[in-house]
Design a binder for this molecule. Structure first.
Ligand code: MN
Length: 255
């Protein structure tokens, strides 16, 4: 019996804010309960990787941990992929981008598996040189509503897995599935080495990507951690997590 896998999750950041009563406005690193439970649901130990400015660099975490989950959250800053914000409210968080870009590059360099979720899927794309739509409704003609603040993670749509990917048969039985949708940004220009695994059926928005190779590097635009695993109308995300962990285990036993 080998020791449990050690999976790092990137932190969400609350920057210093004197108006915020929680912890007297001091800067915080945080993790949603649903994310910790999802990542740990198949036996892995879950670690929150502290944010920018900590003593240990990204390379140390990549050396010590078996895999990286890039969490969801705030918008990616257009400056991180060479654009300026079309509207001030789409400026995103360049501080969190820099922290997660460094982590992503370190885990890629260490050949350790990466799973990007929502913002993390977009961040992975940017780390590999890709770009994003700053706002789907503003920039994609005929787009669906991919984020509805009133229903939040109960907003959903169908995705279609693209031919030639290993999703159908390996990670899911059918060529289409229902997923939640809590995003207003999306992949525009694809990052180096990535292939599109799934698109939104109605408007073609990219919903899943993979970097083919021996080590698991994937992004999904939906939130597996918000999906009720007993609701069979949705995609079952168990096989996705299992494949991520299998890659982490294989990587561990190769060293
Ligand atoms: Mn969507």
């Amino acid at each position: 019996m080998s020791a449990p896998l050690r999976i790092g999750v990137s932190a969400c950041l609350f920057h210093a804010d004197r108006e915020r009563p929680v912890f007297n406005g001091k800067p915080l690193y945080y993790l949603e309960q649903s994310m910790a439970r999802f990542v740990g649901s198949q036996g892995a130990l879950v670690y929150l990787i502290p944010g920018p400015g900590d003593a240990q660099g990204a390379e140390s975490y990549a050396a010590d941990l078996d895999g990286l989950v890039l969490a969801g959250g705030v918008d990616v800053s257009p400056g991180s992929y060479g654009e300026t914000p079309i509207k001030p409210e789409w400026a995103g968080d360049a501080v969190r981008d820099a922290y997660e870009l460094a982590l992503t590059r370190a885990f890629l360099a260490a050949d350790k598996p990466i799973l990007g979720i929502c913002r993390g899927h977009q961040l992975l794309n940017v780390a590999l040189g890709g770009s994003l739509y700053q706002d789907i409704l503003h920039q994609v003609d005929g787009a669906l509503v991919h984020r509805d603040k009133d229903v939040y993670d109960r907003n959903a749509h169908t995705i279609v897995f693209q031919e030639g990917t290993d999703w159908v048969g390996r990670l899911t039985p059918a060529a289409r599935a229902k997923v939640n949708s809590v995003h207003h940004q999306a992949i525009k220009g694809l990052g180096d080495g990535l292939v599109v695994d799934a698109r939104s059926e109605e408007d073609g928005v990219i919903e899943a990507v993979t970097r083919p190779g021996a080590v698991f590097v994937r992004g999904v635009q939906w939130h597996p951690e918000f999906t009720d695993p007993t609701d069979q109308t949705y995609l079952d995300n168990g096989p996705l997590l299992a494949a991520f962990q299998a890659s982490a285990l294989a990587r561990r036993s190769s060293t």
